[in-house]
Design a protein around this ligand. Structure first.
Ligand SMILES: Cc1cc2nc3c(=O)[nH]c(=O)nc-3n(C[C@H](O)[C@H](O)[C@H](O)COP(=O)(O)O)c2cc1C
Ligand code: SF4
Length: 437
């Protein structure tokens, strides 16, 4: 028996059995090439699957060619993308992990790639990179986009993927924007009431079911509460989830907040673990499909408690799986002190928003955790026992060198010890402790 019996209990999602409750939420990496899956992407996701995650929701995957979310996004807007997706799916499936594509239309949050036409939005309200106001999408365009979502899902299915996530959280992208009263000021059938604002999402779900049938997972990502004046509330979202269940959705992924209040959807260091679990707990009482929570579930015991205490059925664990691709296996084996700790610093996010490839403050090998053995073994002297010295010593040793690490003071950790002193920075102690170990 492992230490986390709830976390490692299999779960039925629609007609699919997932081996455990550690799911990986979408984390953009900027590693695709003109939308196509690269070998680096296959290696990145396969490493997380090998590391024991039960189900991976990929980063955003755009469903049409006009608007790009990030320069290194994945896409699946025509059949030429299917072979790459097959490689990705096969890479993940070889470890018994399920994979869903997060289907997305960036709308008014598209990256300002030169030549991009005026951005579309629910209404003439737009934030973010947009240098000029977006225009409201026409009803005809919406019908086309609904069909594009269905076709994109079908390509994921042809490639062997297990399903898709429909991103409606964080007032983000087209569907998130339509759902929230903050951005949707329409007075036609796609606006006005909550039913009107939800319509586009329900049409997308129907389109995916039409193309892919019942034996294909659909989940919807929502913000349980936007925590914003005039935004979606938990009460709204309980109603939304009941409609999603009726529409045949297989599980609900409850995040929180929005991109207007960035810290609400992307909790910072020092924020409490699982800040949206009160929403998933409440939503769980009103639907009969599984419900996931996300954010800052940085240690296995937190996930175990959340599930055991009925706050959620699954835990979406994002940045910790970036920081340590073996998070799940180490948890299963009870080697929790070996888990490389995520400190919530947000460097991973800042980089990708600037169009750079994914990186991590604590895990320099985030793209690919394999450390190749050196051809020639040497004696290596590392001078300085701060985080850089400790990492250098660790990697050199992993490569097979004979390593000596020297530190002039009587303790390791360097300036990280000072950095951990301010309020909300205690988590840095975890890194020091891990690295010393
Ligand atoms: C680098 C990075 C990229 C992200 N990319 C996406 C994305 O493509 N789609 C999405 O819905 N959320 C995205 N998110 C949000 C995560 O899915 C998740 O909600 C957030 O990281 C909080 O969970 P965590 O603390 O477990 O990482 C991203 C977050 C980070 C840090
Ligand atoms: S960069 Fe920071 S927040 Fe992102 S995974 Fe690494 S430690 Fe966590």
């Amino acid at each position: 028996m492992n230490n986390f019996p709830h976390l490692f209990e299999p779960i039925e999602i629609g007609k699919t059995t997932v081996k455990n409750r550690i799911f990986m939420p979408p984390i953009s990496t900027n590693m695709a090439d003109k939308g196509y899956v690269t070998d680096d992407l296959v290696a990145h996701y396969s490493a997380r699957a090998k590391g024991g995650v039960g189900l991976i929701v990929t980063e955003v995957v755009t469903v049409e060619p006009t608007y790009v979310y990030l320069p290194g996004d994945m896409s699946i807007y025509d059949d030429s993308f299917i072979p790459g997706w097959k490689k990705l799916v096969d890479g993940v499936h070889q470890y018994g992990t399920k994979i869903l594509a997060q289907l997305f239309h960036p709308a008014y949050m598209a990256f300002p790639v030169p030549g991009t036409p005026q951005l579309i939005a629910p209404s003439c309200v737009g934030p973010y990179y947009a240098q000029s106001a977006p225009r409201p999408a026409t009803i005809e365009e919406l019908h086309t986009i609904v069909d594009q979502f269905g076709q994109a899902a079908h390509r994921v299915q042809i490639a062997g993927g297990d399903g898709v996530e429909i991103q409606c959280a964080h007032a983000h992208g087209l569907l998130g924007g339509f759902l929230t009263p903050l951005y949707n000021k329409r007075t036609d059938e796609y606006g006005g009431s909550l039913d009107g604002r939800l319509r586009l999402c329900l049409e997308v779900i129907a389109s995916v079911r039409k193309y892919c049938g019942d034996d294909f997972i659909i989940d919807v990502r929502i913000s349980g509460d936007e925590y914003s004046e005039g935004g979606l509330t938990l009460n709204d979202q309980i109603y939304v989830c009941k409609q999603l269940e009726k529409a045949g959705v297989d599980f609900i992924h409850v995040s929180g907040g929005n991109t207007i209040k960035r810290g609400s959807s992307m909790p910072a260091p020092g924020t409490s673990p699982a800040p949206h679990a009160h929403s998933s707990e409440e939503i769980k009482k009103h639907v009969n499909i599984p419900v996931a929570t996300v954010a800052r579930i940085n240690e296995p015991w937190i996930a175990e408690e959340l599930i055991a205490n009925e706050k959620c059925d699954m835990c979406m664990i994002g940045r910790p799986n970036l920081c340590d691709s073996e998070f799940a296996n180490k948890a299963f084996e009870g080697k929790v002190d070996d888990i490389r700790p995520c400190i919530g610093c947000g460097r991973c996010l800042t980089g990708i928003m600037m169009g750079k490839r994914i990186s991590c403050t604590v895990n320099p090998s985030v793209e690919d955790d394999t450390i190749a053995p050196a051809e020639t073994k040497k004696k290596v002297l590392v001078i300085g026992g701060g985080p850089a010295g400790m990492e250098a010593a660790y990697v050199a040793k992993k490569r097979g060198h004979e390593v000596v690490l020297c530190e002039k003071s009587n303790e390791l950790g360097g300036q990280l010890r000072l950095a951990a002193v301010p309020i909300a920075k205690q988590e840095l102690c975890k890194v020091i402790k891990f690295m010393i170990r």
